[in-house]
Design a protein around this ligand. Structure first.
Ligand code: ADP
Length: 517
């Protein structure tokens, strides 16, 4: 049984860095309660057993809001990953042979357990990822929705009968599980990025080896504990973490792993895609974005401000669908900038457990330094900060919600994902120019437009080279719609009736000699 080496309680409250003490104390008690919870795990899960790394090495999980150590988890590598793959492979035969209704029941139970532990899971997300508790609770519901949806979808994996080309033949198409799936996930949605992959995989009979981000493994482990409690058999879901590239390489090298599904940076995604060639594996990639948010002069200003605010500042700007470029018609540029500033300056920054906080810390120091370097680049090329623009007085990795005007298309802020609470405002004159600016990137995940013109809605939605388009809406992800990018934002779709296809192989069966007596 995995017992966390909880360091929090050892820490004298007087040592707590630049933070409101009541909030810090509250966190300590939340952490202590979580430690005693039945869902708290701090070891890897292989073949239904909670295990340490073979050499006993561990890595620390820190709270980004305070820097405190929450727990130590095993620092695993190739050996443990190969064990996990063997367990998943062994479990595959019996799990895939269950009826869809039986697998569906297990998943439904897992969903119910996640929802009945919503509060604890939300707290765990806030503790290790930093997002405000309300947003973390939202992630639990969102994450759970994939399990519920695919529990239902499990029963609808229909094959086909094809009209035969010869009288004595019958032609069928079967849909069968791909096999063992390696799922590699990031830290910005510690639960939902896992359920979005594991839900459809398990629903159709695959088994999985999950590697969560080393920054946020505790939510993944808690979810895995609930999967065991739901009766999902040992080996069907395994979790390893530690040396990311060694784990990734073991998953890629194994001929038993038939599919890699990944959410994370474009750079790592490309490596995985190249690595999958060695054993010719299926691969789904959900990579970086560079989301444009086009505000036309016919937009309802309140709707646009609200929508851009949500699209930009969710999770402090740390999602791949966050608005990265706000492209505003020159006729309303100043008016929009003013109204947007008024809204942004009300965003309360602080520890995610503090009531009213809507902006947590950035995940780590490297994230803050990236924001600073992008901003420096923009300022050196003539952009202006009209709000924020520096680290927050709370210290740690808190950053002020920031608006930058006079941003040009050659600035880093417009070319790459800033992944932080910085909204760069660009200007356009015509619809054609807005579309050209929006599409002038290798990324193609989410795009947003704000307009009251129906014809324009269709025209621009069709012209945007993106996998998702939000019209007059800044938050559009849902389990019932396909999520995924075009161009270098990735391959494949997650969620919806299409999401399960990523985990299925088609098999054509030709039945001959039908008329033989
Ligand atoms: P981010 O910048 O969001 O952390 P990454 O792509 O670095 O994005 O991380 C996403 C996931 O990919 C994490 O689980 C991380 O540990 C994992 N990862 C990073 N490098 C590799 C690698 N070489 N092979 C496999 N997984 C990796």
């Amino acid at each position: 049984m995995g017992v966390a080496r909880f360091a929090l309680c050892k820490m004298a409250s007087s040592l707590l860095p630049r933070m409101h003490r009541p909030s810090a104390l509250r966190q300590m008690s939340v952490a202590a309660d979580l430690k005693n919870s039945t869902i708290f795990r701090s070891q890897g899960l292989i073949g239904g057993q909670w295990v340490a790394a073979h050499d006993g090495k561990t890595l620390q999980v820190n709270n980004p809001s305070t820097g405190e150590i929450i727990a130590d988890v095993p620092f695993m590598g190739r050996r443990e990953t190969n064990d996990a793959i063997s367990s998943a492979y062994e479990a595959l035969n019996s799990w895939s042979k269950l009826t869809a209704a039986e697998r569906s029941k297990c998943l439904r139970k897992w969903y119910d357990l996640i929802m009945s532990h919503k509060e604890e899971l939300g707290q765990l997300i806030t503790l290790e990822q930093g997002k405000p508790l309300k947003e973390a609770l939202g992630e639990v519901s969102y994450g759970a929705s994939f399990i519920e949806f695919f529990a239902e979808e499990a029963k609808r994996v229909y094959g086909d009968i094809i009209p035969a080309t010869l009288a004595d033949r019958r032609l069928f198409v079967l849909k069968q599980p791909v096999g063992v799936v390696g799922a590699i996930t990031p830290w910005n949605f510690p639960l939902a990025m896992i359920t979005r992959k594991v839900g459809p995989a398990l629903a159709c009979g695959c088994t999985a080896v999950v590697k969560p981000s080393e920054l946020t493994p505790l939510t993944a482990l808690a979810a895995a504990e609930l999967a065991l409690q739901a009766g999902i058999p040992p080996g069907v879901l395994n979790v390893v973490m530690g040396n990311a590239s060694d784990i990734g390489d073991a998953l890629l090298a194994s001929p038993q792993v038939r599919k890699i599904t990944f959410t994370g940076s474009t750079a790592v995604g490309k490596k995985l895609m190249a690595g999958a060639a060695g054993t010719v594996k299926r691969i789904s990639l959900e990579l970086g974005g560079n989301a444009p948010c086009i505000v036309f002069d016919d937009a309802d200003l309140d709707v646009a401000v609200k929508g851009v605010l949500a699209a930009k500042f969710r999770n402090s700007g740390q999602t791949c669908v966050c608005a990265n470029r706000v492209i505003v018609h020159e006729g309303i540029y100043e008016k929009f900038a003013e109204a947007f500033s008024k809204a942004v300056q009300n965003l309360q920054v602080g520890d995610g457990f503090t009531e009213g906080v809507v902006q947590g810390p950035l995940i780590n120091e490297a994230a803050v330094q990236k924001v600073e370097s992008f901003l420096q680049d923009a300022l050196s090329k003539g952009a202006k900060v009209i709000l924020g623009g520096k680290r927050h007085s709370l210290g740690m990795t808190f950053y002020e919600p920031t608006i930058v005007t006079d941003v040009k298309t050659d600035m880093l802020l417009a070319r790459e994902e800033v992944f932080g609470p910085v909204a760069p405002l660009l200007r356009f004159k015509t619809e054609e120019e807005a579309i050209r600016i929006a599409n002038d990137t290798n990324a193609g995940l989410a795009a947003y437009i704000f307009t009251s013109n129906v014809q324009r809605t269709w025209r621009v939605s069709e012209a945007l080279e993106y996998g998702l388009v939000g019209v007059n809406e800044g938050i559009i992800s849902t389990e019932v719609a396909p999520f995924g990018g075009v161009k270098q934002s990735g391959l494949g779709r997650e969620g919806s009736k299409y999401g399960i296809d990523e985990y299925l192989e088609l098999k054509y069966v030709c039945l001959g000699d039908m008329n033989r007596k």
